[in-house]
Structure formats: C-alpha cells, structure tokens
Design a protein around this ligand. Structure first.
Ligand SMILES: C[S@@+](CC[C@H](N)C(=O)[O-])C[C@H]1O[C@@H](n2cnc3c(N)ncnc32)[C@H](O)[C@@H]1O
Length: 232
C-alpha cells in the first residue's frame, strides 16, 4: 500500500470533507491559489516550515481547523513577520479561507488542506511558537470521546512541536469539551494553564477575533471559554 494511503488510514477522520459545490469564484481560488500555497507534504519526508516562507519569518504559528478562516486571516494580517500555517479539511472552509487570503493579499499564509495530524507528523521538534485550536469539533457523546482532537497522543505531539514558552490556545463553547480540556491539558507535564482570574478564560484574548463558530455559539446562548497554555 502506498505510504500516503497508509497514513490516511492511520489517521481516520470522522468529520465532513465536502458540502455544497463551490461557487465559480471560490472554485477558481481552489484550483489556482491553493496549489501555490499548499504545504508540500510527501509521506515519510520531514517538512521544514521555515523554508516555506520568503522572506524568512521570525516564528511559525499553526491553526488547526480554521473553519471559515476569519481568525487565520486576522492573525496573518496583524503579524506579517510570522509564517502562518492553516489546516482545514472541509472544502467550503478552505475556499472561504482562500478568499480572505486573496482579498487581503496575504503573503505569509500556507495551507494544509488535509487532516492536521498528517502535517503534525512531518514537522520537526520545537518548530512552532503558537498553536491555535479554536472550537474543535466537540464530539460530545461519550462513545465518540476518542475522536476529540484534545487527547493524550495529540497533546504529546503538540508539546513536541512547541518551543519553550510557546503557546497553545484552545477555545470551546461545549461544556463537555471544556471539562475534557481542563481534565487533560493542565495535567500534561508540558503545559501550564495561563489563568489567574476568571476574565482570563471568560474573555477572548485581545489579539484574537470572533470566528464564525463563536458567533453561532453566542447566538445559541452557549458560553465560549478561552484557554491559553504555556509550553513549559
Ligand atoms: C467546529 S469547527 C470550528 C471552525 C473554526 N475554528 C471556527 O471557530 O469557526 C471545527 C473545524 O475543524 C475542522 N477539523 C476537524 N478535525 C480536523 C483535523 N484533524 N484537521 C484539520 N481540520 C480539522 C473541521 O473541518 C471544522 O471546520
């Protein structure tokens, strides 16, 4: 079996990959812009993220499951000295992210249009300064708990990839996932919860923007929580 297929099977993905067909403009971004900014990934070959950006960037940040790409575009535009890698599997989300990148002429974004775990497996240790996991799919049913992105195996990998003093941000509005996150991350030896007062998890960090999912959560009466963890 080819290596790429083996890896795909090892990281079984349970979410949605495709929705409605893309509109014409978005399809052309998919066909033309995406191949130019996709992280080149060959199964079994390490990726040096610094080499993806020209001119050289002072740090690399990674967003896992960027959804419509609002936060990705905001962070990349506000931090032109950072190389920003966004991972997303859902086709309409990728297309929306591409339209933000195109409209704002962002030169410092690269996209991994696949399961983030295949990229995490190819990156070298301590190459990232920040990792964003904003409103990950909650998989609230107990029998689906092993599908949650926050799990001991992924946390070990994220800990390997973050440099010392780097930051992992996890936002969630789902009570089960909030509890799950607090049960798993602060007890991990590599992570320290950066919270001193309730405002630290009740208010979105000042440098972040509301995502589409956060807006929907608030409209539905759910309460977003914002967790920041420092890599020890
Ligand atoms: C609930 S949505 C939140 C989207 C966005 N972060 C926001 O706040 O609007 C979760 C997103 O994560 C993506 N996702 C889930 N698992 C993923 C994975 N393993 N790799 C990349 N993206 C993933 C899904 O496709 C979905 O778009």
């Amino acid at each position: 079996m080819p290596e790429a297929e083996k890896q795909r099977q090892a990281f079984q993905f349970y979410g949605r990959r495709k929705g409605r067909p893309l509109r014409k403009g978005r399809q052309s971004l998919f066909d033309e812009l995406l191949p130019r900014i996709t992280v080149p990934l060959n199964a079994g070959v390490a990726v040096d993220p610094a080499s993806l950006f020209e001119p050289t960037k002072r740090a690399i940040w990674l967003e896992i499951g960027f959804g419509g790409g609002e936060h990705l575009a905001h962070q990349a535009a506000s931090n032109p000295d950072v190389g920003y890698i966004g991972c997303e599997v859902f086709e309409s989300g990728i297309a929306s992210g591409l339209s933000h990148i195109d409209e704002r002429s962002l030169e410092n974004v690269r996209i991994h249009p696949e399961d983030a775990r295949t990229l995490l497996a190819a990156l070298p240790p301590q190459c990232l300064e920040r990792i964003f996991l904003l409103f990950p799919d909650p998989w609230p049913k107990r029998r689906h708990a092993q599908r949650r992105f926050v799990n001991p195996g992924n946390l070990d990998r994220l800990a390997d990839l973050l440099r010392e003093d780097g930051e992992l941000r996890i936002f969630s509005d789902d009570p089960t996932y909030i509890e799950w996150t607090l049960q798993h991350v602060p007890v991990h030896p590599a992570f320290q919860w950066l919270a001193e007062a309730p405002g630290d998890w009740q208010e979105r960090p000042a440098d972040a923007v509301e995502t589409r999912y956060e807006k929907k959560a608030r409209e539905a009466g759910r309460v977003p929580h914002f967790f920041r963890f420092r890599r020890r």
